[in-house]
Design a protein. Structure first.
Length: 172
């Protein structure tokens, strides 16, 4: 792991997104999980990253030329992004962490961009982040943990239980 990536995991790292500081949050700035989401404003599935109570729309950031994933972030699954390789994922994560860190005004102070790029996590339905193609059968099926393995969380402090759009799908 290179030094720039290690810096994104530092316990002293803080974001300008307040809900990312909540100790009960699964998504502080040190845990930026890639996933697929959609919302009522834009029902097209696309790549995003959870932070606090929000999803950062990576397709919006790529359109604004703040991150570069070679156009793969508008896709309904992460397969093309995954195919770019570990170095590209790391570069996107490092850049994104830099945009979200306390003190960086690029996204924080651009109201129009922030309005497009930040989507409340509680209004986004769950999506499968990738598909697995079977070589023998040539079928494509969702690749994810079983629903029972995906932890339910309280969403947007409303007290409603929902499945996060982007989650760590590790069995508990």
């Amino acid at each position: 792991m290179n030094d720039a990536l290690k810096a994104t995991l530092g316990s002293s790292l803080k974001s300008w997104i307040e809900s990312a500081h909540d100790p009960a949050s699964d998504f502080p700035i040190q845990n930026l999980p890639f996933g697929i989401f959609s919302d009522a404003v834009n029902p097209q599935p696309r790549a995003g990253v959870a932070i606090g109570d929000w999803i950062v729309d990576l397709a919006v950031l790529e359109d604004a030329r703040l991150i570069d994933a070679r156009g793969t972030l508008h896709s309904a699954c992460l397969n093309d992004f995954i195919a770019l390789g570990r170095e590209q994922w790391r570069a996107v994560r490092i850049t994104l962490s830099g945009l979200l860190v306390q003190g960086n005004a690029t996204l924080r102070d651009d109201q129009a961009l922030r309005r497009r790029a930040l989507v409340p996590r509680c209004i986004c339905p769950s999506r499968f982040p990738a598909t697995r193609t079977s070589i023998r059968r040539r079928s494509t099926r969702p690749m994810s943990a079983p629903c029972s393995a995906i932890r339910r969380t309280l969403c947007c402090r409303t007290g409603l239980s929902c499945r996060p759009a982007i989650t760590d799908a590790r069995p508990r």
